[in-house]
Design a protein around this ligand. Structure first.
Ligand SMILES: NC(=O)C1=CN([C@@H]2O[C@H](COP(=O)(O)OP(=O)(O)OC[C@H]3O[C@@H](n4cnc5c(N)ncnc54)[C@H](OP(=O)(O)O)[C@@H]3O)[C@@H](O)[C@H]2O)C=CC1
Ligand SMILES: O=C(O)CCC(=O)C(=O)O
Ligand SMILES: [Mg+2]
Length: 741
């Protein structure tokens, strides 16, 4: 271990990255007083792209592979990483980022959508490493512990956010398949002995090809495989188009094309192809020649229209307009700009989109910019049912009340690319009819599926050590918070049955006397949790990786208005700490607002909570007493911050993200000046506390004065560092006070 304790702070994308320009100087100044070094590592989409092509870049343009470094660090006890949300890029986002970097003078190759030779295949493979959820699975060498701290919950009760009313006649509902999906086809096996598995495809023509030669597996590991039938999915989408039209509700598809970067864009593409079938079929040749790819959304068609002959273009536009008159109305992402639910695969992401719909009375936005009841299409049955359970509950009992409702924290199985979220390199779009089988080294067939051309087959892995660790975390959390814990596992699923057996076994390793620990199917677990939440009671959800993701947006958004206010800790299995900020994403619309009116409404509370947890961890692991003093003072500052409600307001004229940071600094300095555990720190912070208190009005006025004008930050994916720093630190008085510390 090096002598100077270190915290690694990640530079990411969009709103959280903008916020970092203002917050990081504060963090650096405060932590330096305890001899702590805060170092940054750039894991933004732009940096991840640049790190893939060192040989094409000038020396001053090259970017180190910071993500790989952090991934390695996460497997060591020294790790202390603060991880902000980053872009998990879809293909349209990736292409936009490449174009921006090229325009800035980086000699990157174009993204070869359909590689013509080995060189292009290599380029596509490299871009593939930067795409989708490329960061989180690499860093998450531990399971997940996400909850609303008591102070945050108290704040939400005192300042309840607005919740849309629900009525029993709402027509909103969830639509899922009844057969032919992953859920219906899942097979699972527990590995007896460490070794390697081969995934192969045996065509009906008798030819056997290898899809993946060697998947390393460990003893006790759970593997599973499942297939989504393309024909079944197409028929299901067709039926939903008819049904949405008949019921007069919006058609709205909810997938996770970012994190599930192989399977879900294909499913998204199937929905686009079915919804626009008459137009796409009629103009198939022209669209093919123009390079249209339905997996990138109907937005890709619009992007390619200018390249087409005027006659063809007008015919396509007219045919789409005619189609809209016949089809059910689409849910909109941005009704002003005409961006629909089917435009871009990364615009509607199920974990955030379903809670938003539930918070908005079950409605989604229609083309007129009004809320309308919607059919939420979540094709696979593995998790769709939980959202229908929430809708049923809201229809029966009305909206939830943030002022009185209980809480559902989560302990999530996530480590070492657990379950579906680690399946990308074992997911295949099947080219022809035949069967896919998983074979061990002795030649035994562990799992086997009959498949048709176009089907999506995938295999998932769940390592044994993470499962043990997850059970331990659940018991600890139940004990620490004296709260019932429910494992959300479905006895109808092969994978979950194997997990249930393991959970039952590993629970015996712990003292569970007096604890209420149950195992229920996801729908039953949801019903119980909702019943308790309405009674003001808390229930820990102990879930797999996907439900971890879904529930840690759903419950915070209902309870707190946003998942940005969550404490999100990943106790790394090697002993280090990964402190994620909030549970939400990077909210692209915040950047738009910032460049249009110099107003950033990003709420950094997640960062503040993560920093306190990181300092606490640092104090525990390095014995740095001053880190503990800083952590305690930050806890106190966070409580004052919540109590005085200094989160950004939503509109120009109030304090924004920068104002929030000023108040955090002021409350933190005041807490340090007030404490008596460390006289040196007390003396050091007293002048800063005095200066900030004395200049409060002036600083806030300086920060608000810049609002209301457009601001140039020199890029979206790769903004200009100097412009950004200037824009995010507009108060000379505040900057000078901080510099004097
Ligand atoms: N951990 C990670 O790295 C994650 C990254 N992502 C990435 O983020 C991007 C957007 O994803 P999306 O699913 O839309 O999720 P977001 O959480 O970014 O957006 C959903 C909504 O949550 C609210 N919100 C979230 N965080 C904050 C915050 N700190 N301050 C204020 N409001 C906030 C806003 O809603 P409202 O206006 O209703 O308040 C926002 O529009 C994608 O690129 C995705 O890949 C997504 C999830 C996690
Ligand atoms: O990594 C991602 O793409 C999203 C992660 C996410 O949504 C979460 O962890 O809650
Ligand atoms: Mg999420």
């Amino acid at each position: 271990m090096s002598d100077t304790p270190k915290i690694l702070y990640t530079l990411t994308d969009e709103a959280p990255f903008l916020a970092t320009q203002s917050l990081l100087p504060i963090v650096e100044a405060f932590t330096a007083t305890a001899g702590i070094r805060v170092e940054t590592r750039d894991i933004s989409l732009a940096a991840r792209i640049l790190a893939q092509f060192p040989e094409r870049l000038r020396a001053d343009q090259k970017a180190a592979d910071d993500l790989a470094e952090l991934g390695q660090l996460a497997t060591t006890p020294e790790a202390n990483i603060i991880k902000l949300p980053n872009i998990s890029a879809s293909v349209p986002q990736l292409k936009a980022a490449i174009a921006e970097l090229q325009a800035q003078g980086y000699a990157l190759p174009d993204y070869p959508e359909e590689p013509r030779d080995d060189a292009e295949k290599e380029i596509k493979a490299r871009y593939g490493r930067a795409m989708g959820s490329a960061v989180n699975p690499v860093l998450r060498e531990g399971n997940s512990d996400r909850r609303a701290p008591a102070s945050v919950k108290a704040y939400a009760r005192k300042h309840p956010h607005r919740m849309g009313k629900w009525t029993a006649d709402s027509k909103s509902h969830v639509a899922h398949m009844d057969a032919g999906d992953f859920y219906g086809s899942e097979q699972s096996a527990v590995i007896a002995q460490a070794g390697s598995l081969r995934i192969e495809f045996a065509g009906d023509d008798g030819v056997v090809s290898v899809l993946k030669p060697a998947v390393k597996v460990g003893a006790g590991e759970v593997v599973d495989a499942a297939v989504m039938g393309a024909a079944a999915l197409s028929a299901f989408i067709d039926a939903q188009i008819m049904d949405a039209k008949a019921r007069g509700v919006l058609f709205s598809l909810h997938l996770k094309a970012t994190m599930m970067k192989v399977s879900d864009p294909i499913m998204f593409g199937i929905a686009v192809k079915r919804f626009y079938a008459p137009v796409l079929d009629k103009h198939a040749a022209a669209l093919e020649a123009a390079g249209f790819d339905a997996n990138n959304g109907i937005g890709d068609l619009y992007a390619r229209l200018p390249a087409l002959d005027a006659g063809v273009r007008e015919a396509i536009e007219a045919d789409i307009a005619a189609l809209y008159a016949e089809r059910p109305a689409l849910a909109m992402v941005n009704s002003d700009k005409g961006i629909t639910n089917l435009h871009v695969p990364s615009d509607v992401i199920v974990d955030a989109s379903m809670p938003a719909m539930i918070r908005d009375s079950g409605g989604m936005w229609n083309a007129e910019g009004k809320l309308q009841d919607a059919k939420a299409i979540i094709p696979d049955r593995c998790y769709a049912g939980i959202y229908q359970a929430v809708i049923d509950d809201c229809k029966a009992h009305g909206a939830f009340d943030p002022a009185t409702m209980g809480s559902v924290p989560n302990v999530g199985l996530m480590a070492q690319k657990a379950e579906e979220y680690g399946s990308h390199d074992k997911t295949f779009r099947i080219a022809a009819a035949g069967s896919v089988r998983v074979v061990d080294e002795a030649g035994n067939v562990l799992m086997q599926h009959a498949v048709q051309a176009g089907d999506i087959w995938r295999m998932c892995q769940t390592k044994d050590a993470p499962i043990r660790d997850w059970v331990k975390l659940a018991v600890n959390r139940a004990r620490l918070s004296n709260t019932p814990a429910v494992f959300w596992l479905d006895p109808q699923r092969a994978h979950d049955r194997n997990l249930i057996a393991k959970v039952e076994r590993y629970l015996k390793d712990h003292d569970t006397a007096g604890l209420d620990i149950r195992i229920l199917s996801p729908v039953e677990a949801m019903q119980l949790s909702l019943q308790r939440i309405r009674a003001g009671q808390d229930t820990i959800s102990v879930t797999g990786n996907v439900l971890r993701d879904y529930l840690t947006d759903l419950f915070p958004i209902m309870e707190l208005g946003t998942s940005a206010k969550m404490l999100s800790i990943v106790p790394l299995m090697a002993g280090g700490g990964l402190f994620e900020t909030g549970a939400g994403g990077s909210a692209p619309k915040h950047v738009q607002q910032f460049v249009e009116e110099n107003y950033l409404r990003w709420d950094s509370l997640g960062e503040f909570l993560a920093l306190a947890a990181s300092l606490e961890h640092l104090a525990d692991t390095t014995g740095n007493a001053r880190a503990k003093v800083l952590a305690d003072a930050l806890d106190a500052a966070n409580a004052t911050f919540l109590d005085t409600d200094k989160s950004p307001s939503r509109k120009v004229g109030g304090i924004d993200n920068r104002g929030s940071h000023f108040y955090l600094a002021m409350y933190w300095a005041l807490a340090l000046a007030a404490q008596d555990a460390d006289a040196g720190l007390k003396a050091r912070f007293a002048p800063l506390a005095a200066a900030l208190t004395a200049n409060e009005e002036k600083i806030v006025a300086e920060q608000i004065a810049v609002q209301g004008q457009p601001v140039d930050i020199g890029g979206y994916y790769h903004p200009d560092a100097a412009k950004l720093a200037a824009a995010m630190r507009p108060s000379a008085t505040f900057n000078a006070a901080l510099a004097a510390l």
